[in-house]
Design a protein around this ligand. Sequence first.
Ligand code: UD1
Ligand code: CA
Length: 491
Amino acid sequence: MSANRPAAVVVLAAGEGTRMKSATPKVLHSLCGTSLVGHVVGASRSLDPGHLVVVVGHAREQVAAHLAEIDEQAHTAVQEQQNGTGHAVRVALEELAQHGVLVEGTTIVTCGDTPLLTGATLRHLSEVHESEGNAVTVLSAEVPDATGYGRLVRAADGAVLEIVEHKDATAGQRAIREINSGVFAFDGRLLADALGKVRRDNSQGEEYLTDVLGILREAGHRVGAAVAADHREIAGINNRVQLAQARRTLNERLLEEAMLAGVTVVDPATTWMDTAVTYEPDAVVQPGTQLEGATHLGAGSEVGPHARLTDTVVGAGARVDNTVAEGAEIGAGAKVGPYTYLRPGTKLSAEVKAGSFVEMKNAELGEGTKVPHLSYVGDAVIGEQTNIGAASVFVNYDGVDKHRTTIGSHCRTGADNMFVAPVTVGDGAYTAAGSVVTKDVPPGSLAVARGQQRNIAGWVARKRPGSAAARAAEAAADGSGRTSGEGGSES
Ligand code: UD1
Ligand code: CA
């Protein structure tokens, strides 16, 4: 059984989502790196429909701008007042009609707040609808708690009779656990006719899309239901508790896919993965790790514990421990962390080391180069096999503009260096510890850029007489090496 391309998919997303208590429109809230409506549009698009229409209303400019970003071919239809789901679908069909499109054939209606629904389930709905020759097929599910949902009322022989909203249901109907997911497949032509007959005589004074079922059945058309295999897929998001539950469900799904593709996830309970994350076999994810955006894990790489990687590419066999990275490329076999911060534009070649308390931004490091300890590398290019001494700062900002530092290959820069950009250190050069490097260093030179050391003999005895330091100095001068007084050891 295989469904044809649907003629149209309509996504309802005009509601306000008041229960989110948020300045952000409900359908723009994020679930694993993708907006709620983005999930729905993605699943809808996977059916390759003739037309995809999203009905917007509340915060429509913001929602429409987001839609233009994620799916530039989607139409938007504006529902000025939220007069119900039936009215919303009518607005969508009118929008298409204005573009000269009369929808005939299978038309899927889904909701912008049902983000866990997969393309596969939508296809299943479409297949059942077409193979049974229905005028309308509702996607239903058996749920443990049906409170708030519309109930599917069936005849004794199982035939679908109607959907009754929770608020309009009798006590007997409220006992029904098979609910309306809010997702339907319709015959497009019959849908348009039936919508014209929907009335507002219900507890909310709205045009209910669900009334179309009863209208079509009474007109003698076939009405059916496709039961969703996993009721968690049809969960609607109305508040932030449901958002968190949906996030955990989707995260589990994403981690399971990763594990079945050969990724070791040591602790799924504390590992979070966005939808756009990709990976290769034998990557290992240690506990407490967040993989965000278009992060990629290369074969045999190991990240975490406690890594937060956003839009970061981890090369094969690289090790990334206790690190925050955003927009970074980490080469094969590189070692990053623990306690490293890689900011956008960081490109580490193979076998690079970025050690503890090292921050990098807009920095390219050649193969085998090491920045092992306590350093800031910003706006820099460093060649291959160079070692940057501990506690070095690439001084890239003069208070107004940013400048670049270039360091060659096989350099050995001393500890506690300041590279005051713009400045260049040639291949094979050395710099002395504590240098403030303001002038270019030619290849192979040693740069020494610090005050000469001066020792002022007897200064402590003259300026700090009677102090513990003075006594220690005196004892050292005697050659006894022993001190007396507080803090000293007499035993
Ligand atoms: C709806 C169904 C209910 C089903 C439930 C599943 C109706 C009448 N009820 O109830 O049977 O069990 O979904 O989650 O269809 N919307 C608009 N314009 C409107 C009204 C709603 O675009 O005028 C959109 C909302 O933004 C939302 C969707 O339609 O995405 C569903 O609306 P909502 O108010 O959440 O319906 P429910 O009461 O949840
Ligand atoms: Ca809802």
